[in-house]
Design a protein. Structure first.
Lengths: 112, 115
């Protein structure tokens, strides 16, 4: 079945460091892909998305490119800030197109 | 912010007791979801609804039931709570889903502890 695999965390970085969080997926066809972010004590919110192969989603300095040849959707940011500390979830639309399937989440901690 | 309210936000109960969590939305979105979040498992879908009285199971539906009698309310019931159902429960809504969209708006979560 459809699934999402994210790199294990936590990821600990210093401010202004480069960030990569890996995400790979297993799915039938080419589902829309998403990154959601969860700040402490809050629900998830959409960070960015891509709906077809080679699309690049971007928001708040974060980027991710839909790579169908490697079935990946890695999240990157050139210079992280303390305020980026959160849990990041990769997700895809299930085959039926009725719900999102989430990865296990990756905790990012940024120190000044 | 999407108008989603979950209640209660925190609850402690004992094994074997019934528990109902409520999700209320003011957005008139068609789709509503219940997910649970657990360390090491991320978010897992329990049940979802695609309209009034139209619901379907997710990947971890055993031990849970849902009801949606009005567009704005989606109830999650644990008929007889067990310690394995200790979790944070999130409600989410969406105007539409499918391969060209799929943004979900989440509530703030309900933390349930079953002793």
């Amino acid at each position: 079945g459809d699934s999402v695999t994210q790199m294990e965390g936590p990821v600990t970085l210093s401010e202004e460091a480069f960030l990569t969080i890996n995400c790979t997926y297993t799915a039938t066809g080419y589902p829309s892909l998403f990154w959601y972010v969860q700040y402490p004590g809050e629900g998830l919110q959409l960070l960015l998305k891509a709906t077809k192969a080679d699309d690049k989603g971007s928001n708040k300095g974060f980027e991710a490119t839909y790579r169908k040849e490697t079935t990946s959707f890695h999240l990157e940011k050139g210079s992280v800030q303390v305020s980026d500390s959160a849990v990041y979830f990769c997700a895809l639309v299930n085959q039926a197109g009725t719900a999102l399937i989430f990865g296990k989440g990756t905790t990012l901690s940024v120190s000044s | 912010d999407a108008g989603i309210t979950q209640s209660p936000r925190h609850k402690v109960t004992e094994t074997g007791t019934p528990v109902t969590l409520r999700c209320h939305q003011t957005e008139n979105h068609r789709y509503m979801y219940w997910y649970r979040q657990d360390p090491g498992h991320g978010l897992r879908l329990i049940h979802y609804s695609y309209g009034v009285k139209d619901t379907d199971k997710g990947e971890v539906s055993d031990g849970y039931s849902v009801s949606r009698s009005k567009t704005e309310d989606f109830l999650l019931t644990l008929e007889s709570a067990t310690s394995s159902q200790t979790s944070v429960y999130f409600c989410a809504i969406s105007e539409k889903v499918g391969h060209n969209t799929g943004e979900l708006f989440f509530g703030e979560g309900s933390r349930l502890t079953v002793l």
